[in-house]
Design a protein around this ligand. Structure first.
Ligand code: EPZ
Length: 416
Protein backbone atom coordinates (compact mmCIF):
# COMPACT_ATOMS: atom_id res chain seq x y z
CA UNK A 1 0.00 0.00 0.00
CA UNK A 2 1.28 3.49 -0.91
CA UNK A 3 2.37 6.04 1.65
CA UNK A 4 3.03 9.77 1.79
CA UNK A 5 6.28 10.92 3.35
CA UNK A 6 5.98 14.51 4.54
CA UNK A 7 8.61 16.75 6.15
CA UNK A 8 6.65 19.37 8.10
CA UNK A 9 7.34 23.06 8.48
CA UNK A 10 6.95 24.53 4.99
CA UNK A 11 4.33 27.21 4.36
CA UNK A 12 1.48 26.14 2.06
CA UNK A 13 1.35 29.17 -0.13
CA UNK A 14 0.26 30.14 -3.66
CA UNK A 15 -2.69 29.84 -6.05
CA UNK A 16 -5.07 26.91 -6.12
CA UNK A 17 -7.33 25.71 -8.93
CA UNK A 18 -9.65 22.97 -7.73
CA UNK A 19 -11.74 20.91 -10.12
CA UNK A 20 -15.34 19.75 -9.76
CA UNK A 21 -16.93 18.43 -6.59
CA UNK A 22 -16.67 14.67 -5.94
CA UNK A 23 -20.13 14.70 -4.35
CA UNK A 24 -21.56 16.41 -7.40
CA UNK A 25 -19.91 14.52 -10.28
CA UNK A 26 -21.07 11.13 -8.96
CA UNK A 27 -24.84 11.90 -9.06
CA UNK A 28 -24.34 13.77 -12.36
CA UNK A 29 -22.80 10.64 -13.88
CA UNK A 30 -25.74 8.59 -12.59
CA UNK A 31 -28.14 11.16 -14.08
CA UNK A 32 -26.47 10.73 -17.48
CA UNK A 33 -28.34 7.40 -17.76
CA UNK A 34 -31.66 9.21 -18.02
CA UNK A 35 -31.48 10.96 -21.40
CA UNK A 36 -30.42 7.91 -23.48
CA UNK A 37 -28.16 10.36 -25.29
CA UNK A 38 -24.88 12.26 -25.11
CA UNK A 39 -23.73 13.88 -21.87
CA UNK A 40 -20.72 16.22 -21.89
CA UNK A 41 -19.42 17.17 -18.45
CA UNK A 42 -16.54 19.63 -17.88
CA UNK A 43 -14.34 20.27 -14.83
CA UNK A 44 -14.47 16.61 -13.82
CA UNK A 45 -12.15 15.74 -10.89
CA UNK A 46 -9.71 12.93 -11.76
CA UNK A 47 -10.26 10.91 -8.59
CA UNK A 48 -10.63 7.19 -7.88
CA UNK A 49 -14.40 7.43 -7.33
CA UNK A 50 -14.87 8.92 -10.81
CA UNK A 51 -12.92 6.04 -12.37
CA UNK A 52 -15.08 3.58 -10.43
CA UNK A 53 -18.25 5.29 -11.66
CA UNK A 54 -16.89 5.18 -15.24
CA UNK A 55 -16.38 1.43 -14.81
CA UNK A 56 -19.95 1.08 -13.54
CA UNK A 57 -21.43 2.98 -16.50
CA UNK A 58 -19.33 0.98 -18.97
CA UNK A 59 -20.33 -2.28 -17.24
CA UNK A 60 -24.00 -1.63 -18.07
CA UNK A 61 -23.36 -0.59 -21.68
CA UNK A 62 -22.60 3.13 -21.72
CA UNK A 63 -19.82 4.47 -23.95
CA UNK A 64 -17.62 6.68 -21.78
CA UNK A 65 -14.61 8.77 -22.78
CA UNK A 66 -12.48 10.89 -20.47
CA UNK A 67 -10.39 13.58 -22.17
CA UNK A 68 -8.36 15.51 -19.58
CA UNK A 69 -11.10 16.90 -17.28
CA UNK A 70 -13.92 16.47 -19.81
CA UNK A 71 -16.21 13.44 -19.66
CA UNK A 72 -18.39 12.24 -22.54
CA UNK A 73 -21.04 9.65 -21.67
CA UNK A 74 -23.24 8.10 -24.34
CA UNK A 75 -26.11 6.38 -22.52
CA UNK A 76 -28.11 5.49 -25.67
CA UNK A 77 -27.85 1.75 -25.14
CA UNK A 78 -27.81 -0.24 -21.89
CA UNK A 79 -26.76 -3.89 -22.05
CA UNK A 80 -27.20 -4.87 -18.41
CA UNK A 81 -29.59 -4.19 -15.55
CA UNK A 82 -27.18 -5.27 -12.82
CA UNK A 83 -24.61 -3.27 -10.85
CA UNK A 84 -21.79 -5.65 -10.13
CA UNK A 85 -20.79 -6.38 -6.52
CA UNK A 86 -17.15 -5.47 -7.16
CA UNK A 87 -18.08 -1.83 -7.83
CA UNK A 88 -20.56 -1.47 -4.99
CA UNK A 89 -18.05 -2.88 -2.51
CA UNK A 90 -15.44 -0.46 -3.82
CA UNK A 91 -17.66 2.59 -3.63
CA UNK A 92 -20.81 2.51 -1.51
CA UNK A 93 -22.09 5.70 -3.11
CA UNK A 94 -22.67 3.65 -6.28
CA UNK A 95 -26.17 3.25 -4.79
CA UNK A 96 -26.84 6.62 -6.45
CA UNK A 97 -27.11 4.75 -9.78
CA UNK A 98 -30.23 2.92 -8.59
CA UNK A 99 -32.66 5.80 -8.95
CA UNK A 100 -31.62 6.55 -12.52
CA UNK A 101 -31.55 2.89 -13.54
CA UNK A 102 -35.02 2.09 -12.20
CA UNK A 103 -36.28 5.18 -14.00
CA UNK A 104 -34.94 3.71 -17.23
CA UNK A 105 -35.45 -0.05 -16.77
CA UNK A 106 -38.33 -2.07 -15.32
CA UNK A 107 -36.02 -4.50 -13.52
CA UNK A 108 -32.74 -3.54 -11.78
CA UNK A 109 -30.41 -5.45 -9.47
CA UNK A 110 -27.73 -3.88 -7.28
CA UNK A 111 -25.64 -5.30 -4.48
CA UNK A 112 -26.36 -4.09 -0.96
CA UNK A 113 -23.68 -1.42 -0.45
CA UNK A 114 -23.12 -2.13 3.23
CA UNK A 115 -21.58 0.45 5.49
CA UNK A 116 -18.17 2.02 5.45
CA UNK A 117 -15.59 3.15 8.01
CA UNK A 118 -17.51 6.24 9.13
CA UNK A 119 -20.80 4.55 9.82
CA UNK A 120 -23.47 1.96 9.03
CA UNK A 121 -24.82 4.28 6.34
CA UNK A 122 -28.14 2.48 5.85
CA UNK A 123 -30.16 2.97 2.67
CA UNK A 124 -33.58 2.45 4.24
CA UNK A 125 -34.74 5.93 3.21
CA UNK A 126 -33.65 5.31 -0.38
CA UNK A 127 -35.60 2.05 -0.58
CA UNK A 128 -38.66 3.31 1.33
CA UNK A 129 -38.88 6.27 -1.06
CA UNK A 130 -38.52 4.12 -4.19
CA UNK A 131 -41.23 1.76 -2.88
CA UNK A 132 -43.49 4.81 -2.42
CA UNK A 133 -42.89 5.65 -6.08
CA UNK A 134 -44.14 2.19 -7.09
CA UNK A 135 -40.96 0.12 -7.13
CA UNK A 136 -41.24 -3.44 -5.76
CA UNK A 137 -38.01 -4.17 -3.87
CA UNK A 138 -36.70 -7.49 -2.51
CA UNK A 139 -33.83 -6.80 -0.13
CA UNK A 140 -30.95 -9.15 0.52
CA UNK A 141 -27.34 -9.41 -0.60
CA UNK A 142 -28.76 -8.32 -3.94
CA UNK A 143 -31.38 -5.57 -3.93
CA UNK A 144 -33.84 -6.68 -6.62
CA UNK A 145 -36.09 -3.85 -7.92
CA UNK A 146 -39.03 -4.16 -10.31
CA UNK A 147 -41.64 -1.67 -11.40
CA UNK A 148 -44.42 -1.15 -13.91
CA UNK A 149 -44.80 2.64 -13.93
CA UNK A 150 -43.16 5.09 -11.58
CA UNK A 151 -45.96 7.23 -10.17
CA UNK A 152 -45.13 10.64 -8.67
CA UNK A 153 -45.87 10.89 -4.95
CA UNK A 154 -45.35 13.11 -1.91
CA UNK A 155 -42.37 11.82 0.09
CA UNK A 156 -41.43 12.98 3.59
CA UNK A 157 -37.81 12.13 4.50
CA UNK A 158 -37.29 11.38 8.21
CA UNK A 159 -33.64 12.41 7.73
CA UNK A 160 -32.58 14.94 5.08
CA UNK A 161 -30.38 12.32 3.43
CA UNK A 162 -28.30 13.66 0.51
CA UNK A 163 -28.22 10.33 -1.32
CA UNK A 164 -31.87 9.53 -0.74
CA UNK A 165 -32.86 13.01 -1.98
CA UNK A 166 -30.78 12.48 -5.11
CA UNK A 167 -32.14 8.98 -5.74
CA UNK A 168 -35.74 10.20 -5.42
CA UNK A 169 -35.07 13.02 -7.90
CA UNK A 170 -33.40 10.64 -10.38
CA UNK A 171 -36.21 8.09 -10.13
CA UNK A 172 -38.93 10.76 -10.50
CA UNK A 173 -37.66 12.80 -13.46
CA UNK A 174 -39.63 10.67 -15.96
CA UNK A 175 -42.39 9.52 -13.60
CA UNK A 176 -46.11 9.88 -14.26
CA UNK A 177 -47.15 13.02 -12.37
CA UNK A 178 -45.44 15.09 -9.72
CA UNK A 179 -43.15 14.02 -6.89
CA UNK A 180 -42.68 16.32 -3.91
CA UNK A 181 -39.88 15.77 -1.41
CA UNK A 182 -40.36 17.24 2.06
CA UNK A 183 -37.36 17.56 4.41
CA UNK A 184 -35.07 17.21 1.40
CA UNK A 185 -31.30 17.62 1.82
CA UNK A 186 -30.16 21.16 0.87
CA UNK A 187 -26.53 20.54 -0.08
CA UNK A 188 -25.13 22.51 -3.07
CA UNK A 189 -24.49 19.28 -4.95
CA UNK A 190 -28.24 18.75 -5.15
CA UNK A 191 -28.65 22.14 -6.79
CA UNK A 192 -25.96 21.13 -9.30
CA UNK A 193 -27.93 17.94 -10.03
CA UNK A 194 -31.14 19.95 -10.52
CA UNK A 195 -29.38 22.30 -12.96
CA UNK A 196 -27.94 19.36 -14.89
CA UNK A 197 -31.32 17.61 -15.16
CA UNK A 198 -33.18 20.79 -16.15
CA UNK A 199 -30.64 21.38 -18.93
CA UNK A 200 -31.74 17.95 -20.25
CA UNK A 201 -35.35 19.08 -20.20
CA UNK A 202 -36.39 17.86 -16.77
CA UNK A 203 -38.68 19.90 -14.56
CA UNK A 204 -37.11 20.05 -11.08
CA UNK A 205 -37.54 23.00 -8.71
CA UNK A 206 -36.56 23.76 -5.12
CA UNK A 207 -33.10 22.16 -4.86
CA UNK A 208 -31.13 23.94 -2.16
CA UNK A 209 -34.26 24.15 -0.02
CA UNK A 210 -35.97 21.44 2.01
CA UNK A 211 -38.81 21.18 -0.51
CA UNK A 212 -38.15 19.82 -4.00
CA UNK A 213 -40.79 19.20 -6.68
CA UNK A 214 -40.20 17.07 -9.75
CA UNK A 215 -42.74 17.08 -12.57
CA UNK A 216 -42.29 13.95 -14.69
CA UNK A 217 -41.46 14.49 -18.38
CA UNK A 218 -41.52 12.04 -21.28
CA UNK A 219 -38.22 12.80 -23.00
CA UNK A 220 -34.83 14.20 -22.08
CA UNK A 221 -32.18 15.55 -24.44
CA UNK A 222 -28.43 15.63 -24.60
CA UNK A 223 -26.69 17.93 -22.13
CA UNK A 224 -23.43 19.82 -21.57
CA UNK A 225 -22.51 20.99 -18.07
CA UNK A 226 -19.63 22.16 -15.86
CA UNK A 227 -19.38 20.66 -12.36
CA UNK A 228 -19.39 23.10 -9.42
CA UNK A 229 -16.08 23.54 -7.56
CA UNK A 230 -15.40 21.13 -4.69
CA UNK A 231 -16.12 23.14 -1.52
CA UNK A 232 -14.64 20.39 0.69
CA UNK A 233 -11.38 20.07 -1.27
CA UNK A 234 -11.05 23.87 -1.24
CA UNK A 235 -11.70 23.97 2.51
CA UNK A 236 -9.07 21.28 3.03
CA UNK A 237 -6.32 23.27 1.28
CA UNK A 238 -7.39 26.44 3.08
CA UNK A 239 -6.76 24.65 6.39
CA UNK A 240 -3.33 23.61 5.06
CA UNK A 241 -2.38 27.27 4.61
CA UNK A 242 -4.01 28.31 7.89
CA UNK A 243 -1.98 25.66 9.75
CA UNK A 244 1.37 26.48 8.13
CA UNK A 245 1.26 30.29 8.12
CA UNK A 246 0.74 30.57 4.37
CA UNK A 247 -1.37 32.70 2.04
CA UNK A 248 -3.63 30.84 -0.39
CA UNK A 249 -5.46 32.26 -3.39
CA UNK A 250 -8.31 30.06 -4.63
CA UNK A 251 -9.15 31.03 -8.22
CA UNK A 252 -12.82 29.99 -8.25
CA UNK A 253 -15.38 29.40 -5.51
CA UNK A 254 -19.14 29.67 -5.10
CA UNK A 255 -19.49 31.86 -2.04
CA UNK A 256 -22.71 30.39 -0.63
CA UNK A 257 -21.18 26.90 -0.87
CA UNK A 258 -18.00 27.75 1.02
CA UNK A 259 -19.35 30.27 3.57
CA UNK A 260 -20.18 27.62 6.22
CA UNK A 261 -16.48 26.68 6.18
CA UNK A 262 -15.13 30.23 5.88
CA UNK A 263 -17.20 31.43 8.84
CA UNK A 264 -15.31 29.10 11.18
CA UNK A 265 -11.91 29.72 9.56
CA UNK A 266 -12.43 33.47 10.10
CA UNK A 267 -13.40 32.82 13.74
CA UNK A 268 -10.17 30.80 14.13
CA UNK A 269 -8.23 33.92 13.10
CA UNK A 270 -7.85 33.51 9.32
CA UNK A 271 -8.13 36.62 7.18
CA UNK A 272 -10.31 35.88 4.12
CA UNK A 273 -10.92 38.36 1.30
CA UNK A 274 -13.03 37.65 -1.76
CA UNK A 275 -11.75 38.30 -5.28
CA UNK A 276 -13.75 38.46 -8.54
CA UNK A 277 -14.31 34.69 -8.69
CA UNK A 278 -12.38 33.36 -5.73
CA UNK A 279 -10.78 34.29 -2.43
CA UNK A 280 -7.48 34.92 -0.66
CA UNK A 281 -6.88 33.37 2.75
CA UNK A 282 -4.12 34.62 5.05
CA UNK A 283 -3.13 32.38 7.95
CA UNK A 284 -3.59 33.65 11.53
CA UNK A 285 -0.66 34.62 13.71
CA UNK A 286 -2.20 32.45 16.43
CA UNK A 287 -4.96 29.94 15.86
CA UNK A 288 -7.96 30.79 18.02
CA UNK A 289 -9.92 27.96 19.58
CA UNK A 290 -13.52 27.73 18.33
CA UNK A 291 -14.71 26.34 21.69
CA UNK A 292 -17.61 24.39 20.12
CA UNK A 293 -18.03 23.01 16.57
CA UNK A 294 -21.21 21.23 15.51
CA UNK A 295 -21.50 19.50 12.14
CA UNK A 296 -24.91 19.75 10.53
CA UNK A 297 -26.71 19.81 7.18
CA UNK A 298 -26.07 22.66 4.74
CA UNK A 299 -25.90 25.62 5.17
CA UNK A 300 -24.30 24.71 8.50
CA UNK A 301 -20.75 23.44 9.01
CA UNK A 302 -20.31 20.26 6.89
CA UNK A 303 -19.38 16.89 8.40
CA UNK A 304 -16.94 16.40 5.50
CA UNK A 305 -14.77 19.22 6.93
CA UNK A 306 -14.88 18.06 10.58
CA UNK A 307 -11.61 16.10 10.57
CA UNK A 308 -9.72 18.79 8.67
CA UNK A 309 -10.88 21.55 11.03
CA UNK A 310 -9.91 19.35 13.97
CA UNK A 311 -6.33 19.31 12.68
CA UNK A 312 -6.39 23.11 12.83
CA UNK A 313 -7.83 23.08 16.35
CA UNK A 314 -5.05 20.78 17.65
CA UNK A 315 -2.81 23.88 17.57
CA UNK A 316 -5.39 26.38 18.82
CA UNK A 317 -5.02 28.55 21.93
CA UNK A 318 -7.57 26.60 23.95
CA UNK A 319 -10.12 23.80 23.96
CA UNK A 320 -12.61 22.94 21.20
CA UNK A 321 -15.44 20.44 21.56
CA UNK A 322 -16.56 18.79 18.31
CA UNK A 323 -20.14 17.53 18.07
CA UNK A 324 -20.46 15.25 15.02
CA UNK A 325 -24.19 14.92 14.37
CA UNK A 326 -24.25 13.19 10.96
CA UNK A 327 -22.19 9.99 11.29
CA UNK A 328 -21.58 7.70 14.23
CA UNK A 329 -17.95 6.78 13.62
CA UNK A 330 -16.22 9.82 12.22
CA UNK A 331 -13.51 10.34 14.86
CA UNK A 332 -11.06 7.64 13.75
CA UNK A 333 -8.48 10.32 12.91
CA UNK A 334 -8.29 11.34 16.59
CA UNK A 335 -6.08 8.50 17.78
CA UNK A 336 -3.86 9.02 14.74
CA UNK A 337 -3.55 12.76 15.48
CA UNK A 338 -2.59 11.87 19.06
CA UNK A 339 0.40 9.94 17.68
CA UNK A 340 1.60 13.39 16.55
CA UNK A 341 1.17 14.57 20.17
CA UNK A 342 -2.15 16.27 19.55
CA UNK A 343 -4.49 16.14 22.53
CA UNK A 344 -7.85 14.80 21.32
CA UNK A 345 -10.21 12.84 23.53
CA UNK A 346 -13.18 10.95 22.05
CA UNK A 347 -15.91 11.24 24.70
CA UNK A 348 -18.50 9.23 22.76
CA UNK A 349 -19.24 8.43 19.06
CA UNK A 350 -20.55 11.97 18.55
CA UNK A 351 -18.39 14.13 20.87
CA UNK A 352 -14.65 14.76 20.83
CA UNK A 353 -12.72 17.23 22.98
CA UNK A 354 -9.56 18.82 21.55
CA UNK A 355 -7.08 20.68 23.75
CA UNK A 356 -4.74 22.90 21.74
CA UNK A 357 -1.01 22.19 22.03
CA UNK A 358 2.01 24.26 21.05
CA UNK A 359 3.44 21.87 18.51
CA UNK A 360 2.75 18.68 16.59
CA UNK A 361 5.51 16.16 15.82
CA UNK A 362 5.90 13.97 12.76
CA UNK A 363 4.91 10.34 13.26
CA UNK A 364 3.82 7.19 11.45
CA UNK A 365 0.05 7.29 10.98
CA UNK A 366 -2.62 5.45 8.98
CA UNK A 367 -5.50 6.96 7.00
CA UNK A 368 -8.75 5.64 8.55
CA UNK A 369 -11.02 7.10 5.84
CA UNK A 370 -11.13 9.81 3.18
CA UNK A 371 -11.44 12.96 5.27
CA UNK A 372 -9.60 11.55 8.30
CA UNK A 373 -6.69 10.83 5.98
CA UNK A 374 -6.79 14.41 4.70
CA UNK A 375 -6.64 15.60 8.32
CA UNK A 376 -3.48 13.56 8.92
CA UNK A 377 -1.81 15.08 5.86
CA UNK A 378 -2.69 18.56 7.15
CA UNK A 379 -1.21 17.79 10.57
CA UNK A 380 1.94 16.35 8.98
CA UNK A 381 2.43 19.55 6.95
CA UNK A 382 2.88 21.52 10.17
CA UNK A 383 4.33 18.81 12.41
CA UNK A 384 8.02 19.02 13.31
CA UNK A 385 10.02 16.37 11.52
CA UNK A 386 8.99 13.59 9.15
CA UNK A 387 5.61 11.89 8.95
CA UNK A 388 4.83 8.66 7.12
CA UNK A 389 1.13 8.29 6.31
CA UNK A 390 -0.07 4.93 5.01
CA UNK A 391 -3.32 3.70 3.40
CA UNK A 392 -3.44 6.85 1.28
CA UNK A 393 -5.80 5.16 -1.19
CA UNK A 394 -8.58 6.51 1.01
CA UNK A 395 -7.45 10.08 0.29
CA UNK A 396 -6.98 9.48 -3.43
CA UNK A 397 -10.69 8.61 -3.66
CA UNK A 398 -11.56 12.27 -3.19
CA UNK A 399 -8.57 14.52 -3.88
CA UNK A 400 -7.10 14.83 -7.38
CA UNK A 401 -3.28 14.99 -7.45
CA UNK A 402 -3.07 16.04 -3.78
CA UNK A 403 0.69 15.28 -3.67
CA UNK A 404 1.39 17.39 -6.80
CA UNK A 405 -0.88 20.23 -5.66
CA UNK A 406 0.72 20.38 -2.21
CA UNK A 407 4.21 20.19 -3.72
CA UNK A 408 3.36 23.15 -6.01
CA UNK A 409 2.17 25.02 -2.93
CA UNK A 410 5.49 24.45 -1.13
CA UNK A 411 5.05 21.18 0.74
CA UNK A 412 7.88 18.69 1.15
CA UNK A 413 5.85 15.58 0.24
CA UNK A 414 6.58 12.45 -1.72
CA UNK A 415 4.73 9.24 -2.42
CA UNK A 416 6.42 5.93 -1.61
C1 EPZ B 1 -23.29 12.20 1.14
O1 EPZ B 1 -23.33 10.88 1.65
C2 EPZ B 1 -21.83 12.48 0.80
N1 EPZ B 1 -21.37 11.54 -0.20
C3 EPZ B 1 -20.98 12.35 2.07
O2 EPZ B 1 -19.65 12.70 1.72
C4 EPZ B 1 -21.50 13.35 3.10
O3 EPZ B 1 -20.77 13.20 4.30
C5 EPZ B 1 -22.98 13.09 3.36
O4 EPZ B 1 -23.72 13.15 2.12
C6 EPZ B 1 -23.58 14.12 4.31
O5 EPZ B 1 -23.43 15.39 3.78
C7 EPZ B 1 -21.71 11.74 -1.50
O6 EPZ B 1 -22.43 12.66 -1.84
C8 EPZ B 1 -21.15 10.75 -2.49
P1 EPZ B 1 -26.63 10.98 3.86
P2 EPZ B 1 -24.76 10.16 1.90
O7 EPZ B 1 -27.54 10.00 3.21
O8 EPZ B 1 -25.72 10.57 0.86
C9 EPZ B 1 -28.39 8.54 7.51
C10 EPZ B 1 -17.32 12.52 1.77
O9 EPZ B 1 -16.50 12.57 2.71
N2 EPZ B 1 -29.18 7.80 6.51
O10 EPZ B 1 -26.96 12.43 3.81
O11 EPZ B 1 -24.50 8.71 2.07
C11 EPZ B 1 -26.92 8.19 7.43
O12 EPZ B 1 -26.63 7.05 8.20
C12 EPZ B 1 -18.60 11.73 1.92
O13 EPZ B 1 -17.19 13.11 0.68
C13 EPZ B 1 -30.13 6.87 6.95
O14 EPZ B 1 -30.31 6.68 8.14
O15 EPZ B 1 -25.16 10.79 3.29
C14 EPZ B 1 -26.25 9.42 8.00
O16 EPZ B 1 -26.25 9.32 9.41
C15 EPZ B 1 -18.68 11.02 3.26
N3 EPZ B 1 -30.85 6.19 6.03
C16 EPZ B 1 -27.20 10.56 7.60
O17 EPZ B 1 -28.43 9.94 7.21
C17 EPZ B 1 -30.68 6.39 4.68
O18 EPZ B 1 -31.38 5.74 3.88
C18 EPZ B 1 -26.71 11.39 6.44
O19 EPZ B 1 -26.41 10.52 5.38
C19 EPZ B 1 -29.70 7.32 4.25
C20 EPZ B 1 -28.97 8.02 5.18
Amino acid sequence: MSKYIIAGGNKIHGTLNIKGAKNSILPLMAASLLNESINIIHNVPLIADVYTMIDILRSIGCKVELDDHDLIIDSSILTSNEINEVYVKKMRSSIIVLGAMISRLEHVKIYEPGGCAIGKRPIDLHLKSLRRLGVKIDEGEIIDCERKDIIGKDIILETPSVGATENIILASVKAKGKTRIYNAAKEPEIEDLQNYLNKMGARVIGAGTDFIEIEGVKKLDKVEHTVIPDRIAIGTYMVASALTGGTLEVDRIIRSHIDPINNLLIKSGCDINYTQEGLILKAPQNIKSLNFVKTDIHPNFPTDMQAQLMSLMTLADGETVFYETIFENRFMHCSELNKMRAKTEVINPHVCRVEGVKKLYGSETKCPDLRGGAALILAALVGEGESIISDIHHVERGYEDIEKILKNLGADIKKA
